[in-house]
Ligand binder design. Structure first.
Ligand code: AMP
Ligand code: MG
Length: 426
């Protein structure tokens, strides 16, 4: 394969775009994946791809809601009443005996109501003497009976496609006698690191090398988003090597590379993707950290060329890749929640790029103000991963804003939260 010479003049000229435009552009190309079948063990958190309708009633038969005695309410309308205990019905047992007048059956919670009985009196309202039970309180027909079908009746719509399955859903599906269900597939996400300086974490003994922490940070971020990472290792800064890696990545649903996406002599990503026939949809987003970020569609797949600096990598993943993954998984809510917070310190920046400022959040003590206070993490440089470790949130400062006074209310994107919103919120 031939590659154009790595000079600035041959860079694909793209007008830079705002983060909102970039996100809209990315999302406009993303489609929800097809369905797959999973067992109950793997269903939680997945997006349902079928309609779940009850094909039976729950509970299947009238049963007792209490430990007590099944009886005919007419026998015990005016306490005290003495009834003969003629049998014991445990949970899971069946009674073949019809209860006659003046008779009671000892019954345990969940056990079927015997024929002839129309109420249960709870144990605490009785006294047992020999083979007799004294009913001390008045009983009304229907007392403490869970009716067949009172929970779910046949034909009831239990859950609709698009629902994110919670533990109760999984329990309900199993109670309908099902062991499998159809959910939206999880994207397989190829993760490719590029850079001559990079090594795997267990090869750090070689001098002057840097661990490809992006591989593992992204792997974790993909897992946290609910998708399936496929690590493709580290490619050297050689166009043919990078091209082969991208070709290998195409068995996945989405591809992420890191590094080599800027304007340096050995920044090959954009040129390699163009030579492979990729359609460059965007490059350069007016955001910091993370300005050089490429989005290409290659063989029908979304490919993200994220920057190499570890903070830029994770912030661009958060803003562009994560919503795309969640959309592929059929999620309707695809954005992190945003909280209004008070900025403890003033913040200044030039106009032109939106900033995602790493902050810690804390409650203000002794103040009536209920909003949390955001403190800007000390080092905001894009290479300092520790600032991302410390950060609870990213404060969004729009492109045109140049100064925020201390004490101002600002939107903070809660990067540690598993909750999601339908709108980006900033
Ligand atoms: P690049 O965008 O390739 O110029 O990389 C920018 C910076 O990010 C350089 O200091 C790289 O060493 C660093 N970097 C690139 N890729 C990775 C990676 N996979 N893990 C950690 N740091 C990286
Ligand atoms: Mg590099």
């Amino acid at each position: 394969m031939r590659h154009s010479s790595p000079t600035l003049a041959t860079e694909p000229e793209r007008v830079s775009i705002s983060i909102q435009e970039a996100r809209d552009l990315v999302l406009s190309t993303i489609e929800t994946l097809g369905p797959e079948t999973v067992g109950l063990r793997d269903a939680v958190g997945r997006v349902l791809a079928e309609e779940i309708r009850a094909d039976r009633q729950i509970p299947p038969a009238d049963n007792s809601a209490m430990d007590g005695f099944a009886l005919r309410a007419g026998d015990a309308a005016e306490p005290p009443t003495r009834l003969r205990v003629v049998e014991v019905i445990a949970a899971g047992a069946r009674s073949d005996r019809k209860l006659g007048p003046g008779e009671a059956a000892r019954i345990l919670t969940g056990a079927p109501i015997p024929e002839g009985a129309d109420a249960v009196v709870m144990q605490e309202a009785t006294r047992v003497e020999g083979d007799e039970v004294h009913v001390l309180e008045p009983v009304t027909a229907g007392d403490h009976i869970r009716r067949a079908g009172s929970d779910v009746s046949p034909g009831l719509l239990v859950a609709e496609p698009g629902r994110v399955l919670r533990p109760a859903d999984v329990g309900m599906v199993s109670s309908l006698g099902r062991t499998q269900l159809s959910v939206v597939a999880r994207p397989r996400v190829a993760i490719l690191a590029t850079g001559d300086e990079l090594v795997e974490p267990d090869r750090l003994e070689e001098d002057g090398r840097i661990v490809s922490s992006n591989s593992y940070g992204l792997q974790a971020a993909v897992i946290e988003a609910g998708a399936e990472p496929v690590l493709l290792g580290i490619a050297r800064d050689e166009p043919d090597v990078i091209a082969r890696s991208f070709e290998r990545a195409l068995h996945c649903d989405l591809v992420i590379s890191t590094g080599g996406v800027s304007v340096g002599d050995r920044d090959w990503i954009k040129r390699v993707l163009a030579d492979l026939g990729g359609d460059m949809r965007l490059w350069r987003v007016r955001m910091k950290p993370g300005a050089p970020v490429a989005f290409v569609t290659l063989a029908g797949r979304p490919v993200f060329g994220l920057p190499g600096n570890p903070v830029s990598t994770l912030v661009t993943f958060e803003q562009l890749v994560r919503p795309a993954l969640l959309r592929m998984m059929g999620r309707r809510e695809i954005f992190r929640p945003v909280e209004r917070v008070r900025l403890a310190d003033a913040y200044r920046k030039p106009a032109g790029r939106a900033h995602y400022v790493r902050v810690t959040l804390e409650r203000a003590h002794g103040s009536h103000d209920r909003s949390r206070v955001a403190r800007v993490c000390q080092d905001q440089s894009s290479g300092v991963l520790l600032s991302m470790v410390r950060a609870d949130a990213l404060v969004f400062v729009p492109e045109e804003v140049t100064e925020i006074e201390a004490g101002s209310e600002v939107p903070a994107i809660l990067i540690g939260s598993s909750d999601l919103c339908a709108e980006p919120g900033h």
